[in-house]
Design a protein around this ligand. Sequence first.
Ligand code: AMP
Length: 392
Amino acid sequence: MNQSHSTLVTRHSSLPVLPGATLGVLGSGQLGRMFAVAARRMGYRVHTFSPERDTPTGQVADAETTAPYEDLDAVREFARSVDAVTFEFENVPAPAVEAVGRDAPVRPSGEVLHTTQHRLREKSFLSKHSFPVTPFRRVASVEDLRAGLDELNYPAVLKTADFGYDGKGQRTIKCADEADEAFAALGGREGILEAFVAFERELSVVAARGSDGAVASYGVVENSHARHILDHTVAPAGVSPAVARRAEEIARALLEQLDYVGVLCVELFLTGDDGLFVNELAPRPHNSGHFTIEACAASQFEQQVRALCNLPLGSTEQFRPAAMANLLGDLWQNGEPDWRSALAVPNVALHLYGKRAARTGRKMGHLTALAHTTDEALRTVLAARASLDRRA
Ligand code: AMP
């Protein structure tokens, strides 16, 4: 790549990318699929890149490149065939993102990705800029772990510093005797030890920032997890206006501090005394924002398209209370779920991601219900999901 072309990419990166252009997406899961649906609705073409074929994104994209992220020639070729690139998965290796960036604008930036794909870098960034986080320590040896436990006390949570999601590579340590085994479970990888947060609720805020600096937030939602995987989301969260305001202020300040362009999810813990702690950032649309497809004027995926293309952000207005329930592979253990039952429930939308193998814990789809109240939306979506189970 010659210098003049790189300059061109940078110079042109603030120009709008208009419908008819081709948008590239690194990664090929359900988030890319819903991005592609939003982009195609708006008249864009979509090209996805990942190591797999016949993927959730590839099935609805115009083009699907199947190559390892380490194949930088394939990555460059992909970048040259598109007008702007985003990612749907934050663990894309940095050299691939760098290679893409030489030929096409990447939003959010590679720098943001670098910060958010590593828990230690992310927590260090957060604490350096005075965002509320639980105390944490780096763990490179069992001695680091013991020293950290002495300082942070029990229980404490040990996580791998990189490539973690849905609680993978994570242990809660309740006493000194458990330290050796927890350290061994890191498998030689760098770890982060966190003081346990005795939270009452888990919340998140999905928000977007455009290249003009405008910020649009979907407000705060409440998430419930089962086995460390998101089970359901209720929107809006039943928290006090003061908590909601503070959560949204945190999201806005983060977008500005990161000079972010795109959609960001901030996952938060809320404690009994109304304390808020940032647990994690996701530099992309998030499972807890899926309700926006049916409930809001512009969905989180449309917002991702708009931000990527240097277009004005859409309205985040939520028309009705909503609840979303994930459909995990476990639901298939007694055969194909009973789609007819769930689809018979009024005001429930079904999303399936086109994944063939229904493994335990794998996100296969979700349901969203709209109602007059969040309680009713939650009851409806959980009943619709229960009706899918053929044993019921
Ligand atoms: P994570 O992979 O960091 O999103 O963590 C997955 C889940 O583990 C969270 O949604 C929490 O339920 C729990 N968890 C993570 N970190 C902590 C912590 N420091 N204190 C208490 N619970 C935690």
